[in-house]
Design a protein around this ligand. Structure first.
Ligand SMILES: NC(=O)c1ccc[n+]([C@@H]2O[C@H](COP(=O)([O-])OP(=O)(O)OC[C@H]3O[C@@H](n4cnc5c(N)ncnc54)[C@H](O)[C@@H]3O)[C@@H](O)[C@H]2O)c1
Length: 250
């Protein structure tokens, strides 16, 4: 079977961490050249090195997704290096505000909106024209089950609902241009973001939130992201896909 992304080019933001690293590696294994993007240069380099060691093609870029000029550069450098852009996983994000005094902390709200929402907005702003030039493409934005239900900190829930809305609105605009735009809505997944809660003793509580009886693995989210970016999802756009072990089906 031909690899689904042979000859294609993908950008993955937050590629130095859990979900991003898993998706970047999966894209590369399926034939894509991958731009691994993260605010943390060392983490992005590590992911690119993993891909190189597996025989894939990757470049790594230190980019703050909340900064317009940097995101513009992200797309420009990727296209200069690999010639085109077919897929993007706008995944960089933060989940903060779990302290006792954080409920109405405006700085935490501003950061959640800047990285989780503005970051996704800017990603699409520069990716869409490049995909139009190439004749089409597919984008997946990382929301969360916190983008579908009201469980979580206000800052995070607001930001992830915004990601779902933004995904739908931009998907409508570009559906007839051959560009599909979807969101993935993971339940709790074993990454650095969640390991902190597990270390604090919340592992059993997190497992119990999911009818399947456990939290997810990053590779299970990557599988959904690659499917949404692949030709197999050719009739899917504007959709927030829950990959959550049944958590939002309760
Ligand atoms: N882990 C979960 O349970 C879970 C569940 C639902 C949604 N999510 C979402 O998945 C995405 C990835 O989370 P993760 O669990 O892999 O977390 P993670 O902390 O392991 O990875 C996030 C990565 O994003 C990078 N990053 C943060 N701010 C950035 C910025 N301004 N510019 C560029 N990169 C930046 C970090 O350096 C890190 O490498 C986030 O959007 C998160 O909200 C995670």
């Amino acid at each position: 079977m031909k690899a689904r992304f042979e000859g294609r080019v993908a950008i993955v933001t937050g590629g130095g961490g859990g979900l991003g690293r898993a998706a970047a590696s999966a894209f590369a294994r399926e034939g894509a050249a991958v731009a691994v993007v993260d605010i943390d240069q060392v983490a992005a380099d590590e992911t690119a090195a993993i891909i190189d060691a597996e025989g894939g093609r990757a470049l790594s870029l230190a980019i703050d997704v909340a900064e317009s000029a940097q995101v513009e550069r992200m797309v420009a450098v990727t296209v200069k290096a690999f010639g085109r852009l077919d897929a993007a996983f706008n995944n960089a994000g933060v989940s903060e505000g779990y302290g006792a005094d954080d409920e109405w902390n405006e700085a935490i709200l501003d950061r959640a909106l800047a990285i989780n929402v503005r970051g996704v907005y800017l990603g699409m702003k520069y990716q869409v024209p490049e995909m139009q030039r190439g004749g089409g493409g597919a984008i997946v934005n990382t929301a969360s089950i916190a983008g579908l239900v009201g469980t979580g900190t206000y800052h995070y829930v607001a930001s992830k609902h915004a990601v779902v809305g933004l995904t739908r609105a931009v998907a409508m605009k570009y559906a007839s241009f051959g560009i599909r735009i979807n969101a993935v809505c993971p339940g709790a997944v074993r990454t650095a973001m969640v390991e902190r809660s597990i270390a604090a003793g919340f592992g059993p509580v997190l497992d119990a939130l999911h009818p399947i009886g456990r939290i997810g693995e990053a590779t299970e989210i990557a599988d959904a992201v690659l499917w949404l970016c692949s030709d197999q999802a050719s009739f899917v756009t504007g959709h927030p896909l829950a990959v959550d072990g049944g958590a939002t089906a309760r």
